[in-house]
Design a protein around this ligand. Structure first.
Ligand code: G6P
Length: 607
């Protein structure tokens, strides 16, 4: 997945394209490039690595032209080299692409058989050549693109620049998002409203199969049958300000620290504090007929879903299926009448999760979407939008979105339980009170930042790390391991504490730190037994528990982290903080790029 910006402008565009790319770097940062139409030719500047390198190239070799396209890349086909960087160009056209052209091999063979030379290893370049062939044969830009689109299989958002037509761009979308922005005497294309935030707030979202010709005067949009269509222009709430790190060294740390505020902000939409009732943003959405819940998500959002499974089953007694989105669609899932699919996604654009949503919708399921970007595709396609109010999350490793997702899911589980007649008013009051305590408890957890930082070096030297937990602490163990892997590049695994004896115990020695997440409570003794099995084999344990837990079992540990004592309902939110902070400080100790770890991207819009 990659980020795209295009401008048909009244003044030079290179700086503004670069600014748009800065807002899209969360989509990938393997390479970047810009092309403009200048004096009857196409000019390109490209650089491998992060955007700063492209900025340096542009400084040394500025790019004139008031119509252009730009791209920040997350490599799929072909390494992250300058040669594979977009835009891909022939003499006649230049093109940027987000997605994957799945049939690029036969198309490539066909093009080479016709004597064309392709320069890169990408799937994208074939599209540039196919369009170019039509243009070279005398076709107008719109006709050329219209003829080529049906030949492309896979997913794409495209923006195409034409040498002989410096007054227009053509865009197209299938499976990857693309928006049109309307300015004053200028028109834009972008992967999302954020890309265009500094240029305009007036945004039209293209629908699947749409393609568009933009000029300075506006946009002509066509659907997949090539009929002219109108897409409504909405006013995006995304501001032009680039989010700053404040006083923090990294976005990730800032976002970890924002959690008490954003969780409180999120809960406000789901709790009626005075009445001590849980509520939904669409209060009359009927949950009483829901007989089964299917939760689908990716990455950290998946682990939020895994925690929620415990809550839905415990409170509402509704069976829950849980799947990573990339597996869900391809295993012929059984979806009966009365099913609710819950998709969970920070970005609301993750391709696998979106595909699962669409599949479930086509099978008659009701769709609830827990998303952080309210203008995202998932938000727009869901029956029940359940927003998290985490604000923009910039760090690639998700933190505040996770705890906000948990807050929403806990409230949804309680709403479902009430709708199913399984929640007494007293239980509902108790859930509201405990959830309302979460922001203060998160603050309490943040107070241990320094002591977590002090112990980070003992993990930073490790090659492998194991995380153990039971019940809702099991998904947290998985999330802890994911965070550590993502940003410190240390191999880490999360395991259900009781399952350790069936395999991972063979890994235990004094070089493998074992992080045990065990708040005191009904499962504490069982988890401590598993912890002792580790210690009996020379394993070094870091115990994360509350005061009682640390007193009871902290004695022979390498280190302990003491959390505030909280109700089990909000423990997953609170215990997320130490696992996030530990991963953060280990990564800082190792000197990795915390906010933009290698090979990753924040929004994964390819399957
Ligand atoms: C990427 C990000 C993760 C995120 C996952 C799901 O892998 O690096 O931080 O959890 O995508 O993203 P979503 O936007 O759907 O929550």
């Amino acid at each position: 997945m990659c980020g795209i910006v295009g401008i048909v402008g009244a003044t030079p565009v290179a700086d503004r394209l670069l600014d748009g790319l800065k807002r899209l770097e969360y989509r990938g940062y393997d390479s970047a490039g810009i092309a403009t139409a200048v004096d009857g030719r196409i000019e390109r500047r490209r650089a491998s690595g992060k955007l700063i390198h492209l900025a340096e190239v542009l400084q040394g070799d500025p790019l004139p032209g008031s119509t252009g396209i730009a791209h920040t890349r997350w490599a799929t086909h072909g390494g992250p080299t300058t040669n594979n960087a977009h835009p891909h160009a022939t003499g006649e056209v230049a093109l940027v692409h987000n997605g994957i052209i799945e049939n690029f091999k036969p198309l490539r063979d066909e093009l080479t058989a016709r004597g064309r030379t392709l320069e890169s290893e990408t799937d994208t370049e074939v599209v540039a050549h196919l369009v170019s062939e039509k243009v070279e044969a005398g076709m107008a830009p719109a006709d050329a693109v219209r003829e080529v689109l049906p030949r492309l299989h896979g997913a794409f958002a495209l923006a195409i620049l034409f040498r002989q037509h410096p007054d227009l761009l053509v865009g197209a979308r299938l499976g990857s998002p693309l928006v049109v922005g309307y300015g004053d005497g200028e028109t834009y294309l972008g992967s999302d409203a954020l890309a265009l935030a500094a240029l305009t707030q007036r945004i039209a979202y293209l629908e699947e199969g749409d393609w568009v010709v933009i000029t300075r005067e506006g946009a002509q949009i066509f659907d997949r049958e090539n009929n002219p269509v109108e897409r409504p222009v909405t006013i995006s709430g995304v501001t032009g300000e680039l989010v700053s790190k404040g006083n923090h060294r990294h976005y990730m740390l800032k976002e970890i620290y924002e959690q008490p505020i954003v969780v409180a902000q999120t809960l406000r939409s789901y709790l009626q504090r005075m009445e001590e009732r849980v509520t939904l943003p669409i209060p009359d959405f009927d949950l009483s007929a829901i007989r089964r819940v299917t939760i689908v998500a990716c990455g950290t959002s998946f682990y939020a879903g895994m925690v929620a499974k415990y809550w839905f089953e415990q409170f509402a007694r509704v069976p829950v299926d849980l799947d990573v989105a990339s597996e869900f669609r391809y295993r012929a899932p059984v979806m009966e009448e009365g099913g609710l699919m819950i998709v969970i996604s920070q970005s609301g654009e993750t391709a696998d999760t979106l595909a699962a949503l669409r599949h479930a919708k086509s099978e008659g399921q009701k769709i609830a979407a827990v998303v952080n970007v309210p203008t995202s595709t998932m938000a727009r396609e869901a029956d029940l939008l359940l927003p998290t109010h985490a604000g923009p999350e910039i760090g690639v490793a998700s933190t505040k979105a996770f705890t906000c997702q948990l807050a929403v899911l806990a409230a949804l589980a309680a709403n479902l339980a009430r709708a199913k007649g399984r929640l007494t008013p007293a239980d509902e009051k108790s859930i509201v009170r405990h959830l309302a305590e979460a922001p203060a408890a998160l603050n309490g957890a943040l107070a241990y930042d320094e002591s977590i930082e002090a112990m980070a070096h003992s993990v930073a030297a490790a090659r492998d790390v194991l995380y153990l937990g039971r019940g809702t602490d099991y998904p947290l163990a998985l999330e802890g391991a994911l965070k550590l892997k993502e940003i410190s590049y240390i191999h880490a695994e999360g395991y259900a504490a009781g399952e350790m004896k069936h395999g991972p115990i063979a890994l235990i020695d004094d070089a493998v730190p074992v992080i045990v997440i065990a708040p005191s409570g009904p499962l504490f003794d069982k988890t401590v037994s598993n912890m002792q099995e580790v210690q009996a084999r020379g394993g070094r344990v870091i115990l994360i528990s509350d005061y009682d837990g640390v007193q009871a079992a902290g004695e022979n540990c390498l280190a302990t982290i003491t959390m505030p004592k909280v109700h089990p309902l909000i423990a997953p939110l609170v215990y997320a903080v130490p696992v996030q902070l530990l991963a953060y400080h280990v990564a800082v100790a190792k000197g990795t790029d915390v906010d933009q770890p290698r090979n990753l991207a924040k929004s994964v819009t390819v399957e």
